[in-house]
Design a binder for this molecule. Sequence first.
Ligand code: ARG
Length: 588
Amino acid sequence: MKKILDLITEEMEKAFGKAGYDGKYGRVTVSNRPDLCEYQCNGAMAAAKEYHKAPIMIASDVVEALADTEVLAEAQAVSPGFINLKISSSFLSGYLNDMHKEERLGYEKVKEPETIMIDYGGPNVAKPLHVGHLRSAIIGESVKRIARFAGHKVIGDVHLGDWGLQMGLIIMELKERKPDLPYFDPDFQDAYPKEAPFTIAELEEIYPAASARSKEDTAYKDAAMKATFELQQGHRGYQALLKHILNVSVSDLKRNYANLNVDFDLWKGESDAQPYIPDMVRKMKDEGYAYESDGALVVDIKEETDTKEVPPCMILKSDGASLYTTTDLATLVERMKLYHPRRIVYVVDKRQEMHFVQVFRCAKKCGLVEADTDLKFLGFGTMNGKDGKAFKTREGGVMRLEYLLSDINEEMLKKIRESRPMSDEEAGEIAKVVGLSAVKYGDLSNQASKDYIFDIERFTSSEGNTGPYILYTIVRIKSILKKYEEQAGAVLEAPILAEENESGRALMRELARFNAVMENAYEELAPHKICAYIYDLANAFNKFYHETSILGTEDEHVKKSRIQLLVLTRRVLETCIGLLGFEAPERM
Ligand code: ARG
């Protein structure tokens, strides 16, 4: 369906034409003075230059030409030349009826779907998920859903950190603790055991221990570096250990992400890119892009227009080991070969921006991707505690994601218990669903690139711009519909009729914005636009609800129409929260 603003604009273009002016001046926007009008057109001001006429005269001519419009209820020329507009109630309700008939609520799929990859999550194996990974998961999941809803073919990839020194450290530490394992026996020829020689709990303890020790013990660190190198060279026992580490970590990660309502199409990692490295490096050297500098292999990527220094992109260290850049470049080679994406969006901490500038430039320069492959860095800010510093545990350590979520759930449970009596089981389930909305909405309602303060009190409140407030609104609608069903037997299809009171019209205008908001949220990869929209919509609905008797409406047609208006509002809100990655309970 066309966007409502475009339909009003078309009407204005016609009127400009009819009055003898160029239709291009008919552009309409939502009013920035809602106390005066709903929409406005400022075209007469611009047209004044071309026609050497006072803007107010042009505006008056245009208003006259609108005499028999069915789209607008009022049009007024005001000095110095604005045209203030009010939409016709029946046109508005007609639009909503069309929208209500459509499964996608009038949001059309893109004509030419593209393959888009979203690189998000980015956990490191053998390390517990911490709050830093939370934002990537939440934002990436939402962006994935928004792009998919737009009609694109979207592939979400978790891109595990499963390569580099951390692996060598785990291997070394295991060797110290369990030297008799066959993985360390160079003469071992048989097949390695299927069972991993550790649990996730052990693994999570092994890594920090090894990491701490390597900072003090250089011999230990050297051994870990050697193990890393041997692993990278294909050491059979270490490769087998890597598989175990991956399996154990991934099943734990899957459980954690499932609790967040986040899921990935691909569970690939840095290690999957390894087979592509040798050919890639050869090509970069052969084609003269990569050269040696202080023993390392680098590619120059600075550009004349740079305002700050962009250092050369390092491809291999002097000892021949690969780096974070190497795996990201080789992953691009792999992605182009296997999926041929038109676009890749990286949802990563904004402090990694320089790394991605280097990777993107290097990939383009060396022809690893096509000239028009769109590589996009969606950098996000830090989640801070109330003190304005990076979020920490009470003891000052890095906060594990699981603990953070259980803190939220506890707070939510307390609030839910206060609201009405219910069984422990029900309270627990509702707390989980609503708690997730609190975390996700709290995050997504901020522009991704900004830092924000994680405030449990505020996020879990059912008042204000929060997830629970949105859910309360949906639950309120559900409960009115249930009551209606009890009274009337069923919610039957009926046309939505024009509402003449201001709160009804305002709700309808908000609903009519849906497809425009979806389009914009995709174009800007901006879930916060959806949050802002549903907050406005929920406010408009609650105002309407407080001012209008819905179940008490006398006229049966009007009552049925209002019930449909509620159904439509629920559909829009539920579609939107689905795109943000959470859902509403039946009751709260
Ligand atoms: N594992 C990385 C980290 O924890 C994030 C990975 C982001 N994605 C990428 N393609 N580099 O910092």
